[in-house]
Design a binder for this molecule. Structure first.
Ligand code: ADP
Ligand code: MG
Length: 603
């Protein structure tokens, strides 16, 4: 007997929905993006109970014909691409034709829609992929989609939802990611009959003010300076906070071609531009918009993915850093220096690829501490030096040897030259001499940071190496954790676990990632589950981070272990190659520098 059969659409849609629609916020994103793709000028979002009972999006876009209205809910039905080739020149937000079928698989949808050229509109109702009715109706031009009782037929998903407060915060976060890149479109956001946002059409700056400003206070955006740099490769524009207005909690937004993205590496570029200007635990707020030809970024194939790969990340890093620095230099209180006579600081750019040298100059005499001597007395006296505190010792290369192009930034290639042997102290710390002082490194945390990067890389790019267990271990779990485990199982498999379900409440672990082969498997998996729950990690990105961190902590060399010279050298050089090596991913200090100054002061 043949045993293979095709899944009915309703089942296939529910499975796809698990990927695309994880919570009300992902539903909001898809619906609002559709409205924008339909050229809406005003988008209204109406929410009840943080999206659990109602999530409605009303737009004044192009609407749909009677036929299209029905087709829109079929899988892979899209008006946005016709062939795979189109993927590479994509400028619309959606293109997979998966959102609407996914949404209607897990909720009750009622939609009315009308095109300007039609006299009547279409009303369509679908509950859990099941067609209920389609009728001619009278309605305004545009589309009005009402999504009720999300996950009414998927109790597991419903249980995964957090408190209304958390889900509302998620909805707003998603909303901000979109409204900040569409300032010319007006938006309204209503929650339980309360208008939370009424955003008129305007400029980017006005939009930022409308979202984050408080009418009772000084303009929010007055604490920002504008950045603007155009190169052949990329154009960068937006706003970065003035150093004296920075706070501990920052709004940090990168956008590329009209889409929000996370980019830890570019974040590092901005932070580097601020080095020496902010107190230790302060972060710069910024809203930075990149425009780049779509061919030079990785198409955002996955709808929930917010990390984007660029073909020329290093060049953009430098353009971005120079651009921020230039903006920060511009608003200095000190008189402007003539760049030509003062010797402008050229930021070299790698020359592979079609990159033109960015036309950026930096005021080398800019001192952000002039106005704040009382707060930073020691930095104020240092002027130009203060700007680069925390920068790698090789900074002189930037200024005097533009040909030493690739070795400018900490952790990228090999800029952090260790000047001799690496010592171990108290079986806990490593001490490495460097041109600017002594690095004290916490050996366990350093290894956590290195392994974390390695595990994250495996989760996103490659498959981790697996070590088969001689004696499979059995993992028994309560029901709620079973559901959680099955959600994150594909990622555990990617990273090297071989886990199989034995019974409704147990799994057998037959293999583990090679890095933890000498640990007992069950506690490691339990620790992962615990962390994912505790940290509220409910997007794939978030739980991957927790998996990587949890494994890194299990696998890292403990304190109290003696390391050989080779191991010490290897650990330190791998650590310093990370884009962010001074702290662990959860913020613990890894490296402390005792500068030559301080050592000198002791004698
Ligand atoms: P995608 O956006 O990836 O094409 P969707 O499932 O989100 O897939 O939508 C399917 C199609 O339905 C879209 O390609 C578009 O033609 C149409 N559509 C969806 N929402 C709207 C809207 N608000 N206004 C006009 N057309 C829409
Ligand atoms: Mg869409």
């Amino acid at each position: 007997m043949d045993i293979i059969h095709l899944l009915p659409d309703s089942v296939a849609n529910q499975i796809a929905a698990g990927e695309v629609i994880q919570r009300p916020a992902s539903c909001l994103k898809e619906l609002v993006e559709n409205s924008l793709d339909a050229h809406a000028t005003h988008v209204r979002v109406i929410v009840r109970d943080a999206g659990r009972t109602l999530l409605q999006v009303i737009d004044d876009g192009i609407g749909m014909s009677e036929m299209d209205a029905r087709l829109a809910f079929e899988r892979h039905a899209t008006s946005k691409i016709r062939e795979a080739q189109d993927l590479f020149s994509l400028r619309t937000m959606g293109f997979r034709g998966e959102a609407l079928p996914s949404i209607c698989a897990v909720s009750q949808v009622e939609m009315t829609t009308r095109r300007a050229e039609d006299e009547t509109g279409t009303l369509l109702e679908i509950h859990g992929s099941e067609f209920i009715r389609q009728e001619v109706c009278s309605c305004p031009v545009g589309t009005n989609i009402k999504v009720s009782n999300l996950f009414f037929n998927v109790p597991v998903r419903r249980k995964f939802l957090k408190t209304d407060q958390t889900e509302l915060r998620n909805l707003l976060t998603e909303f901000y990611h979109i409204v900040l890149v569409y300032p010319k479109v007006a938006f309204t956001f209503v929650h339980n009959d309360e208008i939370l946002h009424e955003l008129p059409a305007g400029t980017e700056k006005q939009r930022i003010e409308a979202v984050f400003g408080n009418p009772k206070r000084n303009a929010y955006t007055s604490s920002f300076v504008e950045i603007k740099t155009e190169t052949e490769l990329v154009s960068v524009s937006g706003f970065v906070v003035k150093p004296e207005s920075a706070t501990r909690k920052a709004e940090q937004y990168f956008f590329v071609n009209g889409r929000y993205m996370r980019h830890p590496y570019f974040l590092k570029a901005v932070q580097t531009a601020y080095s020496g200007m902010l107190p230790n635990d302060y972060q710069p707020s910024f809203f930075i918009y990149f425009n780049i030809s779509p061919e030079s970024i990785d198409v955002n194939i996955h709808p929930t993915k917010t990390e984007i790969k660029f073909a020329d990340e290093q060049a953009i890093f430098q353009i971005l850093m120079a651009s921020v620095r230039e903006a920060l230099g511009k608003f200095t209180l000190a008189p402007q220096i003539d760049f030509d006579t003062a010797g402008a600081l050229d930021i070299p750019v790698p020359t592979d690829g079609p990159v033109s040298r960015p036309q950026v100059s930096v005021d080398p005499h800019y001192n952000p501490f002039h106005a704040r001597n009382a707060v930073y007395p020691d930095k104020a006296s240092k002027g130009w030096e203060g700007l680069y505190e925390g920068m790698p010792a090789s900074r002189e290369h930037v200024i005097t040897e533009p040909q030493a192009q690739e070795h400018i930034f900490p952790g990228l290639q090999e800029p952090e030259v260790i000047a001799g042997p690496v010592w171990q102290f108290d079986e806990r710390y490593l001490i490495a001499p460097r041109a600017d002082g002594l690095l004290f490194i916490h050996q366990h945390r350093a290894h956590v940071a290195v392994l974390y990067a390695q595990f994250m890389d495996q989760l996103t790019h490659t498959q981790g190496a697996m070590q088969q267990l001689l004696f499979p271990e059995v993992l028994a779990l309560p029901r709620n954790e079973m559901a959680l485990l099955s959600t994150i199982l594909p990622d555990l498999q990617t990273i090297g676990f071989d886990i199989e379900q034995l019974s409704p409440d147990s799994y057998s672990i037959q293999g583990v990632p090679a890095q933890i082969a000498d640990r007992s498997a069950v506690p490691v998996v339990q620790e992962i589950l615990l962390r994912v729950q505790e940290r509220d990690a409910n997007t794939r990105e978030e739980w991957r981070e927790q998996i990587a961190l949890s494994l890194a902590e299990s696998a890292a060399i403990p304190t109290g272990k003696t390391l050989t010279e080779n191991e010490r050298q290897d650990l330190v050089s791998r650590l310093l190659r990370l884009p962010q090596y001074t702290r662990t991913p959860d913020g613990k200090t890894v490296v402390s520098l005792i500068g030559n100054d301080e050592i000198g002061r002791r004698f």
